[in-house]
Design a protein around this ligand. Sequence first.
Ligand code: ADP
Length: 690
Amino acid sequence: MKGLMLISRVCDIICTSTSLRRGISEVLASVADALSLDGVCLFMGGKTYPSPETLDSAPFREAVERGAEGYWVFPVFHGREVLGHLVVKGGKITSQDEILLKVVAKQLDHFSANLRSKRELKMGSRLLLELYTAGKEMGSILEMEEMGDKLAHFARRFSGASCVRATIFDPKGHRSYEAGEEKGVVQFYGEGYKRWVVPLESPKGSWGVLELFLPKGKRLSRYQRRVVYILAELAGTFLENVVLYGRLRGLVDERERQIRYLSILYQVGNAYRMTVELRKRAFLALRALTDPMKGLGLPQAFLFLYRSSSGHLEGLIGISWLGVSPWGEGDWGVDDEYFKRVGSSPAFRDLSNLKLPDALCKELEKGEAVQLSVAEYGLPICERGFSHIALPLLREETLVGALLVGREGGFDSEEIRFLTMFSHQLALALESGRLHETLKKTSEDLEDAQERLFHYEKLATLGELAARVAHDLKNPLVAIGGFARRLHNKMAEDCPDKIYTRTILKEVEEAEKILSDVLGYSKVPHLLKRPTDINALLDDVLFLHAEELRDRGIIVIKKLDRKLPPVSIDAAQMRQVFMNLVSNAIQAIEKKGSITVSTSLVEDRGKRKAKVEVSDTGGGIHEGDLPNIFNPFFTTKSTGTGLGLSIVKRIVELHGGVVEVVNNPPVGATFLILLPLEGEGAPKKEDTKG
Ligand code: ADP
C-alpha cells in the first residue's frame, strides 16, 4: 500500500512539475517521508539534489564512490548509460523498498528526459519561428550589402557566437560582413576561440562562407547547429538570387544608359540641323553635355577650336555649373534670345583668352581621349577635386578642336566611348558650320567684288571721259600758260598788273598738275621693270621735295637699309608712288613735324620682300575716311584730285606688291609697301602690261 501511494505521488509530481530542480526535490522528499529515511541525495547531470535541503551531500558522494555502511546506492539509467545515482541513508530497506527505489530512479530519468525534450521542443519552435522571420526578411533583400549584414546578424542571433563573419564571393573581390560585439575576435580566434565554418551554397554554385567564432569550451546545441545549417542553405539560395538580380539589373541599367546616350546623340544631331552658325552649334553641344534634363548633366564642359592665325587651340565657350543648371526646361531652341539668356548666366564661360597647352594638344593629336591632370596642365577653368578628360575634335586626321569635360568621380569606359562618339559628331557639325560660314563669306566677297567691278566700270567710263576732257584742255592750257609767261616776262618788275600774270601762271601750273594726275590715272601703265635701288629712288624723291620740306620746317628721318638688294620695278612708276606718299605726308603736317622714310628686307609667308614705310606726324586719318582713301576721286582737300593713293595702289599691285595704311591718330599715319623680290612671287616678265 505504502509503495503504491509513493509511486502514485511520484507520478503526480513528474506529470505536473515544470521545473527539474523543484520536481526532483519534491520526489526526494516524498521518498524520504514514505520510507522513513534519514536522508536521500540524487547526483545527476553533474548536479547534486539533497533532501532535506540542509543535508551534507559529501558522505552520500563517498558512498557512491566507495560504498558505505548504512547507505544504499541506486544507479539512474538512461537506456544503458548511467545518468546518475540515487543514494539513500538509514531506515530499514526491505527488498520491496529496494524495488520501489529502483522504480523511483527510473522515473527520475524519465522526468529529466521529459523536461529536456519539452525545453528543446520549446526552443526548437522558437528558433523555427525566428528562422521563418529570417527567411522572410532575407528573401526580400536584393542588395548584396544588406544581405551580408542580415546574414551575419541572424547567424549570430541563432548561434549565440561571440562573432560571426559572412564572406560573400564577388568577382570584383570578396566582401565580408561581421556581426557581434566581439568583432575583433576574428583576428585572434586561434587563442581562446574556435572557428566553425559553414559554406553558403546553392545548386548553382558556391556564393560564400559563414564563420562562427565561439569561445573554446562553448558548444552549439543540436538545434542551434541545425538552425545555422538551414540558415546557410537559405542564404545560399537567396545569394544566388541577389547575384542573378544584380547581373540582370546591371544589364537593364546598361541598356537604359545606351538608350539615353543614343537619344542625346539623336536629339543634338537634330538640333544641329536648326542652325549652321558655329557658335550656336557649340552652344547646343554644351547643352547636350551639361543639361541635367536633356543631356548628360556634366557640371563642366568647355570647347576649344583651332585658330590658324595663332596656330593654337583657343577657347571658344564653356559651361561650369554647380548649383542651378543654366538651361531651364525649354526645348532645344536656337533663337538668339535663348542663347543670350544662357550667355549671361553665371554658368557661362567666355574662353576667348584661353589657350590649350601645347603638351596637351600633342597628346590629343594621337586621336584618343586624354585623362587630365589639372596640376600638370594648370587649366584655371577646371574645378579642383573634379576629374577631367579632354577629347580631340578631328577633321580627317587633323586636330581642329578639343572638348574638355569634368565632374566628380571620373568617367568609366562606357562614358568615354560615348563622349568620343559625341566629339566625332560635334567635329562634323562644327566643320559643316565652318564650311557654311566660309561659303557665306565667299559669296559676300563675290557680291562685293561684283559691286566693285560695277563701280570700276563706271569709274573707267568716267576716267575715259575725264581723260578726253583733260586731253582737250591740255593744248589750250599750254597756250594760256605760254602766253601768260610771255606777258609776265615782258612786264616791268614794278608794274602793278604783274600780280595778275603771276596768279595766272600759278593757277595754270595747278591746273596742269590736275590734268597730269587725271591723265596718269586714266592711262593704262606699261611697266618697264629693271633691277632698281629703291633707297636711291627714295633719296631722289626726298631731294625733289627738299626745298619745300626745309621751308615748312619738316624734319626728315631716313632709316634706309643700305644692304637691301635691287628690286625689279618700273623706276618711273615707283617714283610716282613715292612722290605721292611723300606729298601726302607733307600736306598732312600743318605746322612743324617729321617724316620718317625707312626700308628693310622682311620675310612674309616664307618669301623675302622689300618693305618701304613712309610715316608722318600729321595727325592721322579720320576714322570714317579710312575705308575710302584708296578710292579714286576721294579727297578731303580743297585742291585735291583724290587720285594720288589710287595711283599708288594700282602701281604697287601691278608690281605684285601690297600697300597698307597704319593709322595712329592723333600722331600720324604710316603707309607701308611690300614689294616681292624677283623670283619670290614678283611677276616675272620684264614688261608687264596692267
Ligand atoms: P588727295 O591727296 O588728292 O586728296 P589721295 O588719294 O592722295 O588724294 O588721298 C586721299 C585722301 O587720303 C586725302 O584727301 C587725305 O584725306 C587722306 N590722306 C592721304 N595721305 C594722308 C596722310 N599722310 N595723312 C592724313 N591723311 C592722308
